[in-house]
Design a protein around this ligand. Sequence first.
Ligand SMILES: Cc1ncc(COP(=O)(O)O)c(C=O)c1O
Length: 388
Amino acid sequence: MIKLLKFYQDRGIKIVRGEGQYVWDERNNKYLDLHAGHGVAFLGHGNKIVIDYLKKQMEEISTLSLAFDTPIREEMIKELDELKPENLDNLFLLNSGSEAVELALKIARKITKRRKVVAFKNSFHGRSMGALSVTWNKKYREPFEPLVGPVEFLEYNNIDSLRSITEDTAAVIVEPVQGEGGVIPAKKEFMKNLREVTEKVNAILIMDEVQTGFGRTGKIWAHQHFDIKPDIVTAGKAIGGGFPVSAVFLPDWIGEKIEEGDHGSTYGGNPLAAAAVTAACKVAKSEKIAEQAQKKGELFMRILKEKLEDYKIVREIRGLGLMIGIDLKVNPSMAIKILQDEKVLSLKAGLTTIRFLPPYLIAQSDMEWASDAARKGISETESKRVAS
Ligand SMILES: Cc1ncc(COP(=O)(O)O)c(C=O)c1O
């Protein structure tokens, strides 16, 4: 029988359906989903508006090249207008975060005619060759070298390190909160300096908001926390309400220099993706998802700190909005397994962090449930460590 390659460690459960912030396995066990398909299901599973839009679009027309106009793309543009990053009035749609990063890097080369890209230690930008080149983890990168270069990795949140950004730098790519790297929020002063330096040397500042974007951190775009305006924003995950779609936002001064043939994609901007983004925008506005993420994130963090901070193996509980990490002094895998046994799904970030990426629908009772499960996982990990 043919085997489905996963590239991920098997979690040992079969999930058969999802609704809101919950999923169910084949034995009808209910789980709180703080994994959310790597953060995609920020609007919850099975959002009614997203489903209705997709069903209707499926019946009308589901595939159509960008060479032809169609009403759903016009509706999407109108809906996105209020939510798009400030001054970034040009949009190209793709299918995954990596593809969005890939296009951003291509554009930076074309616009600046330079090659060097600066990224940061602990960064994650995807697994295609270009996106992988600016991803920090050697385990992901080394088997595939030589990748696209030159790339220089600087210390994240270290203003002094920004001196390496010079006139030969085409672009700097940065996450406003490093996700895969360990849920590490950027410091405001660092981001402000980064914007200043890139402007000074005319390097393109690419803000990779694939994981942070569309409300998760308490603002529609996480870079809004830092009062800066990037040149390019990449988005993905949450923007399609569960449908696979990603986006690259650009200002006019870059958009004007892009020519026919510079890029393209069979599925990019297909009518189903446009329907999903339209619906997701409607939900984002009517539900004020960013405000909810802000308030709920603060509450969740408070509950987690109350219940977990006294454990010796807890190094730090940190995050922004509903992007939360519990950093341990040890490998978090056992705690993540115990969380799952307590019916709470979470993910690992970096080498030592338990990551929670909840849907905005998470309730206080869910936060208590997750915190109690985390306490069990952490206390058992701690006692095992003492015993060994
Ligand atoms: C910040 C960031 N950029 C890019 C990606 C790659 O996205 P995808 O897996 O959709 O290609 C991810 C995925 O986790 C991400 O977190």
